[in-house]
Structure formats: structure tokens, C-alpha cells
Design a protein around this ligand. Sequence first.
Ligand code: PLP
Length: 405
Amino acid sequence: MAIVTPRERRSQIAKGDVVIYLDNNATTQPLPEVQEAMAQAQRELYGNPSSIHQFGQVARHCVEIARAQVARLIGASPKEIVFTSGGTESINLAIRGALRVHPGRRRIVTTAVEHSAVLRVVERLAGEAFDVQYVGVDREGRINETELESKLTADTALVSLLHANNETGVIWDVKHLAELAAKNGAMIHIDAVQSAGKIPIDVSQWPAHMVSLSAHKFHGPKGAGALYVRRRTRIEPQIVGGSQESELRGGTENVEGIIGMGIASEIATNECHGVAQKVGTLRDALEQGILSAIPNTHVQGAAAPRIYNTSNVSFGGLQADAVLMVLSEAGICASAGAACSSGSLEPSHVLKAMNLDDAVAHGAVRFSLSRFNTRTEIDDLIRDLPAILEPLTELARRASQSSGR
Ligand code: PLP
């Protein structure tokens, strides 16, 4: 890969053939099979699944096939799958919907490193007189189990835990954690948005009541997700209207999105072992290559179990937003674990909770891979990275010289 100039990049983007896409935890490219099935559904399956006539019933049949495909992906029964508009809606439904189960209980236990889809909901609940407790993590992003146990009381209504962290990829043993959390009879929700479709999940072995999934994280469409609701769990719908989705989510179904999610689930079920091996090898090569080519680099969560596609690398002495900009100019898409607010770089809540040194947190960049990445892309990136970063390393060197004067 020759370094791409801004003008070349713009013309490549216009032609649709950019880039080395390493931002798959943000979203993934839909599989060709998903695209085809959705296009066909849009053309031919426009009946309403609630309609009695034959045309509606064909759409209903396709929705039920997709429900079985999603259920199989996570070891659930089709009756336990509620289709939603994505991870955020599933999480809102799980957390708010589960609070009716123990109406007298006021405590919610979650962690400091959840996705904002969880954090913003529980913050609102704190404003509604719920006692929200956040469990911390260590410097590798591993949950503090002792703290989790100490926060679980007889008053705990709900425990919400992440499976794989979207920023660092650190995976928790949610089966074990849910077993701990189950002792007080609390409702348990697992945010599996970054793990479902990437690693095998068997919810029948987890003592969890609810598990959130999102199709666009595993090569399905955006705007389609699901909540697993364990049999005989009575949660309260948050979108009311029609009686769709067993009265847990009103509104005419997003039939093509659901079909796309079903196809993506089936392919993930059948292929995730092979994909994990391929992508894991590429991720490890990328990490090793960066660590040996660029001084002062560090991988967050490297000592913890991590999902195979994610690497959160800090470029010591550099600012993540500047790194992302020069990467983007060179046609490489990644994300930051730090965001610029009011002119200063604010590390993400995840990196803050991991108690990383400021210099490490400020330079943290997330690379997240998928089945579509190739060895050539990774080799090219490693080869060109020193030259891509050169303007920034030069600036950092001059800044440190002048401050030392
Ligand atoms: N939970 C996690 C861990 C995520 O990474 C995301 C999205 O990045 C979400 C929830 C929200 O999912 P969605 O984009 O489908 O609303």
C-alpha cells in the first residue's frame, strides 16, 4: 500500500474502493447473502406479517425463520427472541422492562465500563430514585468480582453486565458472574452486542434472564437487533402499540432487517470458528507489527481474555484524534478511545476506569477487524505506519525538546 494522499483518498472513496477498514466494532459490512436476501425481501415481501392474507403470511413465515436462526446463534428457543431496532433498544427494553419484576427493589448493579446504551439508561434511573452501583475493573479491564459480590444485596432488582468490551475487547466470564449475581434473585441482563455472532454463545447455560444482540456488529443490517428473554420471564414492553413480538415490542416488524439478521446469524453460527481463527491470527500479527515498529506503544487489556478481533493500542506521546486523522488520510479506518471535548482530549470512561496513565489513555486507538480483512492489508499497514505517523512523531519530538529547554 503506497501512502494515500487526501486527493487520491477522496477519489477512491468516490469510487467506493477505499480503504483498510478496521472499525468493525463500530459496524460491519453486510455479507453479500444478507444484502441479497434483504433486497429480495424489499422487492417481494412487502406484506405486513400481521395481515391474515397469504401475502402477509409469507412475510410472517420469513420472520419466524429468522427468529429460529437468531435463536440457534445463541442457544435459545425461538419463542425467547424479541426483535428490536438494535442493541440500544434491546438494552433499554431489558433494563427498564425488568424493573417490574421486583417492584419493591431499588438497587441496580452494573459496571463502570459498560457501553453508553447501558450507562445513559441507568443514569436516568438514578434520577428516578434507583440506587445505581458501578463495579470497577483493574488495569487490564478485568471486573472486580469481590466488589461485584459486595454490591449485590437483597434489594438488588437488576444486574447488567457486558460480555465483550467494545473498546478493549476484554471478555468477562458472564456465566460465572451471572451465577454470583443470581444468588439474590436479581434480574440479570447481559450486553452481548460485541460478542454475539463473533464467538459461540449458549444462553441456555447462562443464568441470565435477558441478553442483547445487534445485527450490524456481525455483518447483518443496521436497525435490526434482538433481545433474548428467558422463558417465563415477565418484562414490561417499552414501545407499546400493536401486539407484535408477543406484546413485548409494538410496531410493524422491520421484515427485511429481520431477514438480514437471520441470514447473518445462520452464517455466523456455521462459520464463526473458522472466522475466529483467521481474524485472530491477523489481529495478533497487527499487534505484534505495531509494537515492534512503533516505539512507546502498548496494548490495553493484553493480559486479559479478549475477543479475537479487537486491539486497543496506545501510541505513547501522541494524541489519538491526530493519529486517527493521519490514518484516515492514508485510507485506514480506526476509532479512538478518547474524544476531544472543549479542546482537551478526554479519555473514554472505559480507559479511565482502567486507571491508565494519561499519556497512554490519550493516545489510545482501537483497531477492530473482521472476516473481510486480509493479510496483505495488515502487512501494508505495518509497513507504512512509521511513515504515516512520522509528522506526528516529529511534532511530539520537537514539543518535548522545546519544553525541556
Ligand atoms: N452495546 C455495546 C457493547 C456496543 O458496542 C454497542 C454499539 O457499539 C451497543 C450496545 C449499541 O448497539 P446499537 O448500535 O445496535 O444500538
